[in-house]
Design a binder for this molecule. Sequence first.
Ligand code: CU
Length: 179
Amino acid sequence: MLTRRKLLTAGGWALAGLAVPRRARAARVVEIRMQSDPQGAEVWFDPVGVLVDPGDTIRWTVAANVHTTTAYHPRNANHSLRIPEGATPWDSGFLVNRGSQFEVKLTAEGVYDYYCMPHEGAGMVGRIVVGRSGGPGALPFDYFRGCPEALDWKPVPLAAQKAFPPVDLILTQRVVRRG
Ligand SMILES: [Cu+2]
């Protein structure tokens, strides 16, 4: 007997009058290196901006110096919220050895801003766009000013503000390296 399931799995989509489903794209692992010059005067994420698809994994690797990758979120030392509402904030803690890695899988669409704890003031920040623009990360850095629940949020330091690549640039280039 030809069951409905058999019909569908036996290449019977067309027979069943249904559109043929596109094969799901395999989730990727996107690599970001945590960089530094020998003196530690220049520190940066490479690439500094990436566009990925929902379900992709971001993997940070220490290339030089000591770093963290930490999401802009009030749960991370009262930093302002700059990842999508409902997304889980991450904090790698200090990654002290060359080759140390930290991974996070991102599913909610929108903009994710993150920083390196010891180097935020030096402008070591990065931006990930998952799928499309949206969420608090797509808003101006002071969007929360005047909100009672955000009184103790720390503002993003000026050097960090300047280091974020624009969302539009990430959407058109997919991968943005610092200039
Ligand atoms: Cu760092």
